[in-house]
Design a protein around this ligand. Structure first.
Ligand SMILES: [Zn+2]
Ligand SMILES: [Zn+2]
Length: 661
């Protein structure tokens, strides 16, 4: 019945070419071949690359994704995507979303479909149901999905006129689909995808048949609203994921569980590091242990930067609006600023340090010999982030950065970038975190003169090449005021975080009219490099908590060693040890509670304390401690001075824990 609604695929150009009877395709290997018009991408693939044919999920013709089963009416450059390509993966995920919707409709025919988009690693489908779903319903839905997979239904694309589309989804009683169709612009191509008894309004593309979606899992269900509008109809959002193989799915589920176990919002309070309070949303309350960790991290950054010729400054937190007008923040960043009015004047909390550092630069007449001037600052910054976007330590309103501004001559760009790259390497190798570099070049709406941009980009490239680090160029993705480097850091779970950033800036020196006197006594403009290596320290600690799963290396651990007396009579020796070790700069505690030894050791383990030093009769009389290392296990009894020396060395060298746990 609905077949009559289907319009032929070919339209316009395609129809003409089809009349000629053949199309020319440029294949992925660069060769060109003729095929009869109306050939499907799957047929092209079968004739050219049998191996890829088993893996391919979708084709791409001149950049546009097309179903493998769709007849091709025009030629062009064709390639094929598998689940390993992000776009191919999305097609698989979206096909799994249709599978979920079909399964739900089989179980609850009265279900009304909303939308079901694919995301990076998961998909969801918003569905209106008379009763809310619970986690216990998911296995039933999965069961129905498995049936649909084994039926291996063909997934077919249909092009519909607006009238036909309205008629089809009226017949199927899908009011939300009708709403979408009515909003489509006049003349838009409307397509539906059909698999067995199920039809969905959908742009596609999709995998060829339901049997392709072999490894899937529903991850959860939660209440949602149609189009996210809390005054709109309530829906149920079913979330899931899909892979080509069961192994990949299993690995994903393991990572997800591990990420949950390591979640800093869970571990932070458990390890007594920090908390958040409704009275100050987005601002961190550091507990003594968390603040200890914070200060170690800041000290690490400070030590390396001071050694690299940086000079630390501290500038105010509140500035008059005039400053933000000069810097451009008033125009471009006001929405993200905390502003207040006093004495008929607007004042703003600083979201960034750059304008203040420009004021410091202007304090004196600068000569070419004074440059580079490298100013660093750890003072607090405040940025207004919407309450819905706040996320533990990862997204806060009150932050501190390892922020620095390098005021340099244009001829110093390469040298300075090379030094920054060295710092990045030293810091991230300490955490055992690999990273890759993205180099964003001149955008179309660039500011400044072309020759300067070209020289700057050449200098950046030369510094990157010399570093031997892999980097990728993001053509045209730089800021309008200068090219930049972004560093994508990988944590222990293989997740990428954007942390370090290095930006060249030709504009701020103009805005603040910064100058220096060159060799000839002429006034010249310096260039500014904005750079942060760890980035926002709050956020970086959030990342570290998850990266280490709370098992911090000794140098960062809030409590480095816990001394555990076997009985009360050993308490005095334990206290003496505590004083001796603390005097040498170690962070130690005594567990003097009247509890069993085993209990106290387990407690220290739960708190992830790197070393437990047990003292009993033998240790007290011999001046030793029995050492248990969290990473390496039992070390036996050693003279306490030797233990102190070993721990101090491990912390001073900022070593990673000796063994993986
Ligand atoms: Zn769809
Ligand atoms: Zn800056």
């Amino acid at each position: 019945m609905e077949a009559s609604h289907v319009r032929p695929e070919a339209d316009g150009m395609g129809a003409e070419q089809a009349a000629e009877g053949s199309i020319r395709l440029q294949l992925p290997d660069g060769s060109e071949r003729s095929f009869p018009a109306g050939v499907t991408a799957a047929q092209v693939l079968a004739a050219t690359d049998r191996e890829l044919a088993r893996e391919a999920l979708v084709a791409r013709l001149d950049g546009e994704l097309v179903d493998l089963g769709r007849p091709l009416e025009r030629g062009g450059r064709i390639d094929f995507l598998t689940a390993r390509d992000p776009e191919g993966r999305k097609v698989l995920l979206h096909s799994a979303a249709h599978l979920t919707a079909q399964a739900v409709k089989r179980l609850w025919p009265e279900a009304r479909l909303g939308v079901g988009p694919a995301q990076e690693e998961t998909y969801y489908y918003d569905i209106e149901l008379p009763e809310p779903l619970g986690a216990e319903d998911l296995p039933r839905i999965e069961e129905a999905m498995r049936d649909i997979v084994s039926e291996d239904l063909l997934i077919r694309r249909e092009v519909l006129t607006r009238e036909a589309a309205l008629e089809l989804f009226t017949l199927r009683e899908e009011p939300y689909k009708l709403e979408i169709i009515r909003e489509l612009p006049e003349g838009a191509t409307i397509t539906a995808y059909r698999q067995g008894e199920f039809v969905d309004l959908c742009r596609g593309p999709h995998v060829p048949s339901t049997g392709v979606v072999r490894a899937f899992k529903l991850l959860g269900v939660a209440g949602s609203y149609w189009r996210g509008d809390e005054h709109g109809p309530r829906m149920q959002r079913i979330t899931g994921t899909a892979f080509r193989s069961a192994d990949e799915l299993e690995h994903f589920l393991w990572l997800r569980e591990e990420a949950r176990r390591r979640d800093h919002r869970k571990l932070g309070p458990e390890l007594d590091l920090f908390s958040f309070h409704e009275e100050a949303p987005g601002f961190v309350f550091w507990h003594p242990k968390g603040w200890t960790l914070y200060r170690q991290l800041e000290a690490f950054s400070r030590e390396l930067q001071l050694a690299a010729g940086y000079r630390e400054v501290r500038t105010p937190q509140v500035f008059r609006a005039d400053l933000w007008k000069v810097s451009g923040h008033w125009e471009h960043y006001r929405e993200n600023m905390f502003l207040m009015e006093r004495e008929e004047e607007v004042l703003g909390l600083k979201p960034m340090n750059c304008p203040a550092h420009c004021l410091l630069y202007k304090e004196k007449t600068r000569s070419y010999r004074d440059l580079p001037l490298r100013l660093m600052e750890y003072e607090g910054l405040a940025r207004f982030e919407r309450s819905g976007t706040l996320h533990g330590l990862l997204r806060v309103r009150g932050m501190h950065q390892d922020d620095a501004h390098l005021f340099i001559r244009e001829d110093q760009i390469q040298e300075e970038i090379a030094r920054v790259l060295e710092l990045v390497e030293r810091e991230y190798s300490t955490f055992g975190m690999p990273y890759r570099i993205l180099f964003s070049t001149r955008p179309e709406d660039y500011m400044g003169d072309l020759a300067t941009w070209e020289r700057a980009e050449a200098a950046l490239r030369a510094a990157l090449e010399a570093s031997g680090r892999p980097y990728r160029i993001n053509e045209g993705d730089g800021a309008f005021y200068g090219p930049k480097l972004d560093f994508m850091v990988t944590d222990a779970l293989g997740r990428e975080w954007q942390c370090a950033t290095v930006q060249l800036d030709f504009q701020l020196p103009e805005r603040f009219d910064l100058t220096y006197v060159d060799e000839q006594g002429e006034l010249r403009r310096p260039v500014i490099i904005h750079r942060a290596i760890l980035g926002t320290l709050e956020r970086f600690i959030g990342i570290l908590v998850e990266h280490y799963a709370g098992d911090f290396p000794l140098w960062l651990a809030p409590v480095q060693a816990r001394i555990v007396p076997v009985a009360d009579r050993h308490l005095e020796y334990a206290r003496r040890l505590e004083r001796e070790l603390a005097a040498r700069g170690l962070r130690v505690e005594v567990d003097g509670r009247n509890e069993k030894l085993g209990y106290k050791i387990r407690q220290a383990e739960l708190e992830k304390i790197p070393y437990v030093l047990v003292v009993g009769d033998r240790e007290a009389s011999a001046g030793t401690v029995a050492v248990r290392s969290r990473a390496a296990g039992d070390q036996g009894a050693l003279p306490w001075e030797e233990v102190a020396g070993r721990l101090l060395e491990e912390a001073r060298e900022r070593r990673a824990p000796a063994a993986e746990r």
